[in-house]
Design a protein around this ligand. Sequence first.
Ligand code: ATP
Length: 380
Amino acid sequence: MAEVTLTDVTKEFPGGTVAVDQVSLTVEDGEFMVLVGPSGCGKSTLLRMVAGLEDVTSGTVQIGGRVVNDLPPKERDIAMVFQNYALYPHMTVADNLGFSLRLRGMRKPQVLEQVTDTAHVLGLGLLLERKPAALSGGQRQRVAMGRAIVRRPQVFLMDEPLSNLDAKLRVAMRGELSRLHQRYGTTTIYVTHDQVEAMTLGNRIAVLDRGKLQQVGPPDELYAAPRNVFVAGFIGSPAMNLSRCRVVDSGAGLALALGDLRWPVPERQLAIRPALRGYAGRDIILGLRPSAIGLPRDGDTSSRLRVSAVTVESLGGEKNLLFVPPFDHGERLLVEDSAGNLWTARLPALAPVRATDEVELAVDLDGAYFFDPDSTEALP
Ligand code: ATP
């Protein structure tokens, strides 16, 4: 069993930077866990503490039920893959793959067998005699992956292993990583700042911000039920649109006041989020996925929004319309990686909209998210 358990793990660097703050997290045996968060949130530091490359200031790290805080990396039965592949340039692919096995005293025929097997799985069979300089970026990354796999460690630790590859290769390697995980079922902790990578690879995702764990769960759960504004803004692409607004009692029921706009709160929202009623007369944070804003259909009575398109991004199958919302939506709601002050609506590919057009949009508040403006926690 290679469960990885972190209990109240904190890392404070000399000088006082708290890179990881009281993180508790269990990665199940065989699970693919993705650590995701913006630059500087502490994800690499957390991974390096599991690897033993960084001391833990307080808390415990367990691998397979054993506390490893004081064990050097080579005694932890882990293999790391980094973003820079760190291959030995003077060795062939075969020697790069077999190096760690020979170092551990494995006999030659057995090394050969394990190297051949791994090369086969990774499609490197025809490249075994080449040196790294004669490989493409994707092939080098595969050799780096192979070096980790060949040892059959208990745990893989990967730090942005695909970030040096071009977009197309990254997608291909993502598929390959999933396939490898299905084949070997090795417990994996994978660090990335790319939420699309996190969504597609992880059995579960752990979202970090400023050293603190924000939420852990399967990708769909994080998308459907983000626990707070940070997770809401970070998971999902394009990012969720967020705005501070006021909940007003219009006599006919609750409405959201955004500048001059009044959007009635649908019954469905009040049914699933009874706490909303308690916000009457107060501010709240509204979250709308880009897919909840579209072009009005005939007879559609949903809430409206008139905007000037700033940019229209055609993605082939659909279109993203970026616009400045006609109300003040609160600078402090900006989440890193979101589109700044702009909101996004997702439109069909053939929507007749061009940049600088004035457009009327329909807002589907049935799918809206609500957060407390002080705690930034999602409403229950
Ligand atoms: P990135 O995606 O940019 O790699 P990250 O989420 O992996 O970021 P870390 O590298 O873990 O973040 O860094 C977390 C915080 O700890 C940052 O504020 C960073 O400046 C700080 N930090 C990292 N290593 C050290 C160090 N050796 N000494 C002091 N501070 C450090």
